[in-house]
Write a protein that binds this ligand. Structure first.
Ligand code: GLN
Length: 188
């Protein structure tokens, strides 16, 4: 069903292999993107977790910051990838985050996440995760942990503070591929 979708996974640093593997299991064609030119012709882009300062530094070095801003298709950002997309960085999703906020108490943990529009809870793996501290009016909250938004969508951009690529539950990636298939090339 996802055959023929060309998805790029930003492969500068962090957990890009796990995203690549999930997307391939779901039938997409996956490209590891390391240079600005690699984004040409992609239907969707994933920015993985890792270390946001490192990802931002390398992205600037390779001109990928501008290429990502200009990318017209759906984007999924997880953990550090969410930070890269937030108000303070590339400004592609109207959220403010507090970096490593969960990590101050305990570096990593797993929890069941409440899915806002119903469905069984999502299992979330949190690794020095950012906490969303402010959400703009056009951002939709899709899942929460103890009342905090942890999965959000603004138009074609989907962000998670946790790591959906580290569990067997593929619903976040499937939702992303749905956006890609729907051709969400303009913000809604
Ligand atoms: N703590 C990392 C950061 O700031 C994010 C951690 C992660 O992606 N697992 O940037």
């Amino acid at each position: 069903m996802n055959h023929g979708l060309r998805i790029g996974v930003l492969a500068l640093q962090g957990g890009f292999r796990e995203h690549r593997d999930v997307l391939r299991r779901l039938g997409a064609d996956v490209v590891e993107a390391r240079l600005a030119d690699d984004l040409h012709g992609l239907d969707g882009l994933v920015i993985p977790g890792g270390e946001s300062t490192t990802i931002m530094r390398l992205a600037r070095l390779y001109g990928l910051d501008r290429a990502i801003r200009a990318f017209p298709g759906p984007i999924l950002g997880t953990c550090a990838g969410m930070i890269v997309l937030d108000r303070a960085h590339l400004g592609m999703v109207d959220v403010a985050v507090d970096r490593n906020a969960y990590g101050r108490q305990v570096a990593s943990f797993e929890a069941d996440l409440a899915v806002v529009d119903g469905g069984s809870p999502l299992r979330g793996v949190f690794i020095r995760a950012p906490r969303v501290v402010d959400v703009g009016p056009s951002v939709q909250v899709l899942a929460t942990l103890d009342g905090d938004p942890v999965l959000l969508r603004e138009g074609r951009v989907l962000v998670a503070s946790f790591h959906p690529e580290l569990t067997d539950d593929t619903r976040v990636h499937e939702r992303f591929l749905d956006l890609v298939r729907e051709g969400m090339h303009v913000g809604a």
